[in-house]
Write a protein of this length. Structure first.
Length: 302
C-alpha cells in the first residue's frame, strides 16, 4: 500500500523547535563599539537605526530576538555521517512565517536524502537590514555553533549527545541579505573551521573578497553561488577572479550527481523575477533539498 502525501509528510516531520539562545546574533552588547556605531537614532531610552530612506528600526523591536529555529528529521541517524545546515535568512523575515512555513526549510531538510539537521537564527526582525550582529565578532559563529549543539541535544532527547553535535561539519546556506553574516561567520567567526561548504542563494550582494579568500584558502571546501538579475554582475566578477587564480569554476550543476569537496559553482538561478520565492522555488523546486541530495558523503537511511 502506498502512503498518502500527508502520511509521507508526517513520517518525514521529525522534531522542530524555536529556542532562545544566549549567543544569538542579537541583541548587541549595549556598550560595544558595534552597537554605539550602528544605532544612530535616540528617542528617550530607545535606540534605533535610521536608514537612508528615513525609516527607523528600533532596537527593542528589530534587533532583540534571540530565537533560533531547529529541526531534526525523523530519519536522522547518529550512527551515520551527518551534517548541520545553518541557514541565514534575507530581509523582511520572521522565523515562523518565512523560514518555517513559507520557505519550508524543515520540510526541505527532511525530504532530502541527507543525514542533516537544521539551525536557522533570527537576524533583524522583518527588516530590510543585513546587520550580522554578533557574528561579526571574532569567534562569534563558533560560540553560536557550540550552543546550537546543546539545543540540538535537548531536541534530540538526550543531552549526552552534545559533544556529538559539537563535532559535526557545517554547510552554511545564505539567502539574499544573509550574505554579510555568512561572509563574516566563515572568515572571522568559524575558529574551528567546521564550515565545509557555502551556498549563496541569490545572495552575493557584497563581501566578494571574503568569499574569494575563503574559497582559495582551502580547496577541500565547496562553494555554490546562484544569481538572478541583481547579483549577476558580482557573481560573474567573482567567477573571473577565481579563474584567474587557477580555481576551476563550473557554470551549472548539470550532471553533478555528487557534490565533491573543492567544487566551485557560479550559475544562473533561473527566473529573474523570482527572488522572493527563491528558497522554495529556485532553479528547481525545493533547491535546498536538491543540493543536499548531492551530498553523497552524508546519506541517511531511506
Amino acid at each position: 500500500m502506498v502512503a498518502s502525501g500527508a502520511a509521507n509528510a508526517q513520517l518525514r516531520a521529525g522534531k522542530t523547535s524555536i529556542s532562545e539562545f544566549v549567543t544569538s546574533p542579537f541583541p548587541l552588547d549595549g556598550s560595544s563599539a558595534a552597537a554605539t556605531e550602528y544605532f544612530n537614532e535616540i528617542e528617550g531610552t530607545k535606540r534605533g537605526r535610521k536608514t537612508a530612506t528615513g525609516r527607523i528600526y528600533w532596537e527593542n523591536e528589530t534587533y532583540n530576538d534571540q530565537r533560533v529555529l531547529l529541526h531534526i528529521p525523523a530519519k536522522f541517524d547518529m550512527k551515520k555521517p551527518a551534517v548541520i545546515v545553518v541557514f541565514f535568512h534575507g530581509h523582511g523575515a520572521i522565523l515562523e512565517r518565512d523560514i518555517r512555513d513559507r520557505q519550508a526549510l524543515p520540510e526541505q531538510i527532511s525530504s532530502s536524502a541527507a543525514n542533516a539537521v537544521l539551525v536557522a537564527p533570527q537576524f533583524a526582525v522583518n527588516a530590510a537590514d543585513s546587520n550580522p550582529g554578533r557574528f561579526a565578532e571574532a569567534g562569534g559563529f563558533t560560540r553560536f555553533l557550540n550552543e546550537a549543539a546543546v539545543h540540538l541535544s535537548i531536541l534530540h532527547g538526550d543531552q549526552r549527545t552534545v559533544r556529538y553535535f559539537q563535532t559535526l561539519p557545517v554547510i552554511l546556506v545564505s539567502y539574499s541579505g544573509g550574505y554579510r553574516a555568512a561572509a563574516l561567520a566563515i572568515t572571522r567567526g568559524d575558529t574551528e573551521n567546521r564550515v565545509k561548504g557555502v551556498v549563496l542563494l541569490d545572495s552575493l550582494y557584497g563581501e566578494a573578497d571574503n568569499f574569494e579568500r575563503w574559497i582559495t584558502s582551502d580547496r577541500k571546501r565547496f562553494f555554490i553561488s546562484t544569481y538572478l538579475g541583481s547579483t549577476k554582475a558580482r557573481n560573474l566578477e567573482l567567477q573571473r577572479v577565481l579563474r584567474e587564480k587557477g580555481v576551476p569554476v563550473k557554470g551549472s550543476l548539470e550532471g553533478m550527481r555528487r557534490l565533491m569537496p573543492g567544487t566551485v559553482v557560479v550559475m544562473s538561478g533561473g527566473n529573474e523575477e523570482n527572488h522572493r520565492d527563491y528558497v522554495q522555488d529556485g532553479w528547481i523546486a525545493n533547491p535546498i533539498t536538491d543540493l543536499l541530495n548531492r551530498l553523497r558523503d552524508f546519506r541517511a537511511a531511506r
